[in-house]
Design a protein around this ligand. Sequence first.
Ligand code: ADP
Length: 447
Amino acid sequence: MFNKILIANRGEIALRVIRAAREMGIGSVAVHSTADADAMHVRMADEAICIGPAPGTQSYLNVAAIISAAEITGAEAIHPGYGFLSENANFVQALQDHGITFIGPTAEHIRVMGDKITAKDTMKKLGVPCVPGSDGGVPDLETAYQVGDDIGYPVIIKATAGGGGKGMKLANSRDEMENAFRTARSEGKSNFGNDEVYIEKYLGRPRHIEIQVFGDGNGRAVHLGERDCSLQRRHQKVFEEAPGPAIDEATRAKIGKVCADAVATIDYAGAGTVEFLYEDGEFYFIEMNTRLQVEHPVTEAIFGVDLVREQINVAAGLGMSFEQDDLKINGHAIEVRINAEKVPEFTPCPGKITQYHAPGGLGVRMDSALYDGYSIPPYYDSLIGKLIVHAPDRPAALARLKRALGELIVDGIHTTTPLFHALLEEDAVLTGDYNIHWLEKWLEANT
Ligand code: ADP
């Protein structure tokens, strides 16, 4: 086992990893930008090193500075969290060249899954059902028109390198194709340095269902059921739950096995998420994330496992602590993302926290790096906390969520908490009867 690991991230996810390391008796090294000198992850780690100025490109994305920090402190492995360098194959390669272990899959798996066209092609060959669409990349407008005519409108044009909801454009008809095609390409180019796009059938009312998989890197893999992340704004998740209200045991076992078998075949190591759209009882693969997800705690809650501990164990060559038959679902869990944003506009709202109080009690977990007097810097993602509740069933989890949200105090800035208070009054949310477009429509009608 490692003596010391470095966490190449900030905020709540850095704390999450430090906590797992400490329970395992492993030392932790925090890295931070100059803007984060007073951040909680710096205070909580055993050691901390400044790796550059405030902008992420000069600090949390600065590969040379991070490798130097690991070498100076003697950290043997690096956990990337999510975002930043977590899905950067070149970073993983650089660590390998320096003899530092990456806590995650191989550079090759990250590369394959990071390019959505290659990912889809690979998954298709492994027997995973995909959204109908173009056969690989669509090089020009003429081909795009052909694909549109073949699969039928509406279609969605997606940048192969896209992520975070960027580089995706809807074309409702042939007339809208030219504009959507050009915009998706230019967004791909400007955001991800790659203008290659592909086309998919646009599904009108699917749910977003993702399967948590975990592999030991040696041909063994399990699944830990699904998460339903259908409540989304601008293709970004805001509310996630497990198990999914629309998924029964037989459906879970079937799609779970398809995913576990697929990642076992490629000797996948560590945590991964296979994302699907689910409509009329059919699953359609959209992408695979080769890292720990923001919403992993709902899976941890219902299965009673520590996914970060498992990631560290697998990276250290100790394998997974569970087999498929050990994994049984207990109860229901929901996570809401607390962002420093003013609703209903969702404008970022950094600033000083004058008072912070985290909810508590049975079945309540608050993953956050906030503290009284903390100043949220304006440079990073607006996620400032995740409130996760766990209860014996869905109605009890909803009641617990409402109770816990009522206890949360974040004064001094605006947060997305009022959105969740309002959503918990909605029948569709209470019954779980929604799809990926529901929240956008609700926001339009209610703001
Ligand atoms: P990203 O990598 O940017 O997160 P994804 O491919 O995972 O992009 O898609 C994100 C979200 O976009 C999905 O959860 C869904 O809401 C929407 N989406 C993606 N593909 C389709 C599709 N073919 N039809 C309808 N909605 C889609």
